[in-house]
Design a protein around this ligand. Structure first.
Ligand code: ADP
Ligand code: 5GP
Length: 183
């Protein structure tokens, strides 16, 4: 069976992090840790949540071709370190939790990658999950909701769309997609 490069995307607050955590606890996947220039949120750990780096360092890594993909949104850069992903793929499936622009870049360089978009049951649910997480200021929540419309519009370019209504059902649906793709 081949190892898969699995891209999980979706609007901020939809539950990507929660879903990925479940996938990791139930299966043998490697999670790519991204680099970002945004400040850490409370509870986030260097090297686990992200590698928190300066904009200068980020731009140097772009020049060196160190990213599999990168994008710039919410006034910060986010990127997937290339070397880690390529190494891990030799051993097992690798999950990337990245935005749509990044996901579509990955599809261009790795057409065999599996792109899964997570969507909320509706907009109000998304708003209440984002607010309920308690990590964002009201104006940041509005920015993230505006970006959500863009992500939802691009979901048609993804291989699969999964609605995160009941958590376990969404995780099982994703596991079934992965199983099917590996056959
Ligand atoms: P993302 O990584 O997409 O930004 P998170 O995983 O941080 O989203 O989830 C946002 C909030 O929604 C968290 O408080 C999380 O506990 C909650 N959440 C995630 N999935 C569900 C679900 N299926 N039902 C209810 N709440 C959920
Ligand atoms: P957050 O600031 O909430 O952690 O992430 C904001 C957005 O950046 C989310 O949509 C998340 O998936 C995306 N993101 C995180 N890491 C990367 C990455 O390495 N590349 C890209 N393109 N997007 C990323």
């Amino acid at each position: 069976m081949r190892n898969l490069l699995i891209v999980i995307s979706g609007p901020s607050g939809v539950g990507k992090g929660t879903i990925v955590e479940r996938l990791l606890s139930r299966g043998n996947y490697s999670l790519s840790v991204s680099c970002t220039t945004r400040a850490p949120r409370e509870g986030e750990t260097e090297g686990k949540s992200y590698f928190f780096i300066s904009k200068k360092k980020f731009l140097e890594m772009i020049d060196e071709g160190g990213f599999l993909e990168f994008s710039n949104h919410f006034e910060s850069y986010y990127g997937t370190p290339k070397a880690f992903v390529e190494k891990q793929l030799e051993e097992r499936d690798v999950i990337l939790e990245i935005d749509v622009d990044g996901g579509l870049q990955v599809k261009r360089s790795h057409p065999e990658a599996l792109l899964i978009m997570i969507l909320p049951p509706d907009r109000e649910t998304l708003r209440s999950r984002l607010a309920g997480r308690g990590t964002e200021k009201p104006e940041t929540i509005e920015k993230r909701l505006a970006r959500a419309d863009y992500e939802i519009e691009k979901s048609r370019l993804y291989d699969y769309t999964v609605i995160n209504g009941e958590l376990n059902a969404a995780v099982t649906e994703i596991e079934n997609i992965i199983k099917r793709e590996k056959e």
